[in-house]
Write a protein that binds this ligand. Structure first.
Ligand code: KG4
Ligand code: ZN
Length: 338
């Protein structure tokens, strides 16, 4: 990890969002654009890696030019580039990394890489630049479900992580089973919001006391409940609410236990699934009851974006991309894993 000169141009292309941002020398976000490919992947019911990387390469140059023009209007001309190096889809990551590298080399400025989850972990700085380490964080997204102790930017301890599906992936699969479309998280949340108080018991086998998150049992329980006959709309809503409650409950119990064990003063929930109102409310209540300061970035900073990559780099969580270093789709978060 090392300091990077600001203003910073940040690029994020790890999955299906093409995004660029510029952060100025005082850590202020001066330009930001996110192009979501969601509509293009919806027809396939999930992200198609080849399609994603092709769209990134088509969209990124124009998107970066637009962000740079906006930054120039605010008097900020980047003196470095930072890019999500991994983890993610290899083709998608490569587009961002090679673009950032070429852009920086053409201008003889440094280029750094950032771990995608470090971006999510430091997104809270976009809301509160004074937010201090250490803190406990739950990262819940389409690709990650992790409880992380953030000691300082660039130094993390993964306390617990998913053994199979990530929480967002579970929402996406549940939506598919319920015929609610893609992306699944917002669709399940919407249907759950329209359900009354009735719930069905979905036995998940999620264990609070054993390490590891697992949502595959819950998915199987939902598949069994749906069965092979058409399900009336009212029951779809009840099943969506039952599924959401079960995921929120599993995550909340894990967080409660981690708060008891590691007694942090601060807690952040982040990642795409942190947009879920029911999850936010439950975690906020848990923290309040224990005197732990609770924070969550706004939904647009929870889902993938380049502003969080800029924030992580500005905080010091980036490393220089050396000659020959490129995308790392299986990159590990710096620190120990359980
Ligand atoms: O962080 P993100 O944009 O991408 C990854 O890094 O994976 O997270 C996307 C995930 C998707 O699985 C989506 O279904 C989920 O976040 N998501 C939600 C909600 N909004 C997005 N899940 C539950 N409730 C939501 N409101
Ligand atoms: Zn993400």
């Amino acid at each position: 990890m090392s300091a990077i000169p600001a203003p910073i141009l940040a690029i994020e292309t790890s999955c299906d969002e093409t995004s660029a941002a510029v952060m100025d020398g005082s850590g202020r976000l001066v330009a930001h654009a996110v192009y979501s490919q969601v509509a293009e992947h919806a027809a396939y019911g999930g992200v198609v890696p080849e399609l994603a990387s092709r769209r990134h390469s088509e969209i990124l140059p124009e998107l970066v030019d637009r962000v740079l023009a906006n930054a120039a209007g605010a008097g900020a001309e980047p003196r470095s580039a930072v890019v999500t190096r991994g983890p993610g889809l290899v083709g998608s990551l490569l587009v961002g990394v090679q673009y950032a590298r070429a852009w920086a080399w053409g201008r003889a400025v440094p280029v750094h890489g950032v771990h995608h989850v470090a971006g999510h972990l430091h997104a809270i700085l976009l809301e509160d630049p004074e937010w201090e380490c250490p803190y406990l964080s739950l990262v819940v997204s389409g690709g990650h479900t992790q409880l992380v102790a953030v000691e300082r930017p660039g130094a993390y301890r993964v306390l617990d992580r998913t053994r199979d599906d990530a929480a967002g992936e579970a929402f996406d699969k549940a939506a598919k089973l319920l015929g609610l479309g893609y992306p699944g998280g917002p669709a399940v949340a919407r249907a759950a919001g329209e359900a009354g108080d009735e719930r069905e018991r979905l036995v998940s086998g999620v264990m609070t006391h054993a390490p590891g998150f697992s949502f595959s049992g819950l998915k199987t329980a939902l598949r069994k409940a749906v069965g092979s006959e058409p399900v009336p709309e009212e029951r779809i809503r009840i099943l969506a609410a039952s599924f959401q409650d079960a995921v929120v409950d599993a995550l909340a119990r894990k967080v409660e236990r981690a708060l008891l064990e590691s007694r942090p003063a601060r807690f952040v929930v982040t990642g795409g699934v942190a947009s879920n109102e029911s999850l936010r409310a439950r975690l906020r209540a848990i923290c309040l009851a224990r005197g732990v300061r609770f924070a969550v970035p706004r939904p647009s900073y929870c889902t993938d974006n380049a502003a969080m990559i800029a924030a992580a780099a500005f905080a010091g969580a980036s490393s220089p991309l050396r000659v020959g270093e490129t995308a790392d789709p299986a990159m590990e978060l710096p620190g120990a894993t359980p």
